[in-house]
Structures are given as structure tokens and as C-alpha cells.
Write a protein that binds this ligand. Sequence first.
Ligand code: SF4
Ligand code: SF4
Length: 317
Amino acid sequence: MNDFLRHVACQTGATQLHGQDLETIQINLGPRCTLECRHCHIGASPRRDEIMTQDVIESLLRQLPDTACRAVELTGGAPELHPSFQPLVENLTALSLRVGVRTNLTIHQEPEMAGLAPFLRDRRVALTGSLPCYLEANVDRQRGAGTFVRSIAALRRLNELGYGITPELPLDLVYNPDGASLPPDQTRLEESYRQRLRAEHGVEFSRLLTITNMPIGRFRADLRRQGTEEGYFALLKASFNPRTLDRLMCRHQISVRWDGRLFDCDFNLALNLPVTTDHPDVSALAATSVTRRIATGAHCLGCTAGAGSSCAGALAA
Ligand code: SF4
Ligand code: SF4
């Protein structure tokens, strides 16, 4: 039994974690990104070139109507870089699915992406953009020089189109800590973000989502370099919160990787820890049990620490 399951068993008596239903399918189109952030769990960068093949996309589109899921989220890397990004969005909206995109924001400043934001606006695609602080120095330290200024320019442009202003065009921002600590209270931090971004940059957004840095990928390598890996795991264990267990994203979603492999979440995807079914492949998506046993590891302690963490932010007060 891993450290995470030991904590679950100790608090609830359950020796395994199981799925509950299927609310969202996350589609990871590939790890190619225009940025190379310090905390990236996927290890995304401009040098990665894996992308979801057309065969996987077609299989996915065939399977989706036979699942219970009504929402899909496109992620990466920068999903917008996939050559079939726009046709895929069209196909997903034609299936009457709610479509969301996780964006690095700065992609909207690339000259060849000028038409991207109006395209998304016209199809009512929800956006979730990473902005780990309202201070320029902190964002640039995590995500690279000049990222903050370009993110703010992108947010202003999205606001002009109605994103973050009208309820039909949600624009959520994502905060993650700048090191080996847990996020602060989501509601209070959202208020600070709103005041600072409005007053200093004239920027509006819908919600702030706080996310804990997962002890995997580049962030874990950073912890090792700084000799803080053990201390970080100790913090996650000491902060285990059983009230987060019901809403863990793995219990309500499936992630499809660019090569068609199926995972319980994007973190397991990064760790190459597939779903525990006999056929963890997109061709078996509709047949994949929603109550399957979830593949877990010590990294899962990142989702259950403090107020909890997921792609939709904090999980419990
Ligand atoms: S964290 Fe997001 S924006 Fe940064 S490198 Fe990874 S995928 Fe790209
Ligand atoms: S890392 Fe994935 S599998 Fe583990 S608790 Fe978090 S969402 Fe669930």
C-alpha cells in the first residue's frame, strides 16, 4: 500500500480509491508549448513534438457520444498548437459537449494566433489560463522573462471579446505556489487578484482556481535540487484532508493522452500510470468503467493536502 492509500485507509477504512462518475474527459493534445515553466508536471516545452494523431482523434470522436460525459477539456502543452485544434473544437461542439481549453494565455499573443480568440468566443469555449501571481517578477520567475506582460496583454484582448465579463464566456485564472508550500485560501486570494488586476491592469476574470504543485515532473526535480523533497512530502502528509476525497478529479474524469492511452488524471498521464482496466486505450473509452479502481501513488498526497487541489481549484474548505 502506498503512502497516499495508507492515509485514506487510516481516515476512512477504505483500502482503495474508486471512480464515481464521468463528468469530464480531458484530452491532452501533446506536450508542445511556447513556454517552459519551472513547475510544469508534463515537462512541456517548445522542443517537445509529440502530438495526438488523427487516428486517436477520430477514435475519440466516435466514442464520445457513447459516454456519459457532457464536458471536455483540451489541454497540453499548449493545445492550440495542434494542427487540428480548430476542427476538433468544431467537432466537439457539434456533439453538444461543453468545451473548455486550458491555455497558457501568451499563445494569444503569437502573430499566427490572431484569429484564435474570436474563434473560441464564437463557439462559447470556456478558457482557463495560468497566471501564478498578480506580480510580474513572480510570474516571470516561474514561467520565463516577459511572460507576465504578454499574459496581461492576452487577458485584455480576451476581456475586449467578452471573456471574463459575460457569464457565457468564462475566463478562469490558475494560481500555484512559487515553491514548496500549499496555496493560500482560494476565496481570499481571488479577492486580492481581482483588486490588483483591475486596479493595476484593467483586467477582469471569472474565478481564481488555486492548485497545489504536484511532486512530479520539473517541480519534483527542483525540489530534489534544493534538498526540499522530503520536507514537501512531509507537509503534504501532515496536511492530508479526508474532506477532499469525494471531489478528487480522478473520480469524475478520464484523461486521454496524445498516443491514445487512458489515465485517471493528467498527473498519472505524466507519470505513465494508466487506468487499471484491461484496455487502457481510447478505442475502449466508452467501455471504461467509471467505478474502476484508481491508480494511485504518493504523488496523490498533492491533491488531498489542505483545501485540496484539482483542475477546478480547491476541493474543500
Ligand atoms: S505549465 Fe503550462 S504553460 Fe507552462 S510549460 Fe507546462 S504546459 Fe506550458
Ligand atoms: S494525482 Fe490523480 S489519481 Fe492521484 S488523487 Fe490526484 S487526481 Fe486522483
